[in-house]
Ligand binder design. Structure first.
Ligand SMILES: [Zn+2]
Length: 235
């Protein structure tokens, strides 16, 4: 009996250890690529996605130019789960354009320096529900906004078409002495009785993979660079 319990315990530990190690290794590999990209983006043209690009018949177009360095459900520290994707333009703050991925109604709260959120009344993949798309880090390290003047703070529920220019990638983190790398954080947020749910909670977000037609789930994609699959010739 004791031996059987010990066996189950050891097997569980081994399996858990294996998965933890896999996640750790995948995270290390992605960080290595982000550094390589930021050092010299021109050396990796095949890692780049383009603003407005659509993969196959995916409902969303890609929201900015750059390399998808971190995926949905990546982990930056123990217990952390990344709610969206991080797209690194490889340029200076305020240069890389950010566009609307899918049409909807744009809101920017009065205190949002670098963020905006777009309400999509009918989820294209599950039309019975409303979802939201969240775009952030569109300001410099001091909090000077790179969001288009068309969408000032306090903008509420204004209709925008796919491809509309929203602003430019920045590195705003809230702390001028510790800015983030220059990127766009993009996430799909669940609805909570007509309001957007708290984006900071991973469980309130959706896997963006099927919306963008890209392998963006960190648990499934351990080492693949997320770019559109090559177009197949008709048989
Ligand atoms: Zn992020």
């Amino acid at each position: 009996m004791f031996k059987a319990i010990l066996f189950v315990l050891l097997t569980t530990l081994l399996v858990a250890g294996y998965f933890l190690y896999q996640r750790y290794a995948a995270g290390m590999q992605r960080s290595g690529r982000v550094l390589a990209w930021l050092r010299n983006a021109n050396a990796h043209p095949d890692w780049q996605m383009k603003a407005g690009q659509r993969c196959g018949s995916a409902p969303f177009v890609f929201p900015t130019d750059g390399f998808v360095g971190y995926l949905w459900d990546d982990s930056f520290r123990p217990g952390h789960r990344h709610q969206g994707i991080d797209i690194f333009g490889g340029e200076q703050p305020g240069v890389t354009p950010v566009v609307v991925a899918y049409p909807g109604y744009l809101t920017r709260l009065p205190d949002w320096k670098s963020s905006l959120i777009i309400r999509i009344p009918a989820d294209p993949l599950e039309p019975g529900r409303q979802i939201w798309t969240y775009y952030t880090h569109m300001a410099d390290s001091e909090g000077n906004s790179f969001i288009s003047p068309e969408f000032p703070t306090g903008t509420h529920d204004v209709y925008v078409e796919a491809g509309t220019l929203l602003g430019y990638q920045g590195n705003y983190s809230g702390d001028p002495f510790n800015p983030t790398g220059i990127h766009l954080h993009f996430s799909i947020v669940k609805d909570d009785h007509g309001r957007f749910a708290n984006e900071l909670d991973f469980h309130n977000t959706l896997d963006p993979s099927p919306y963008l037609g890209l392998p963006l789930n960190a648990r499934i994609n351990t080492n693949q660079i997320p770019v559109c699959p090559p177009v197949q010739d008709a048989p």
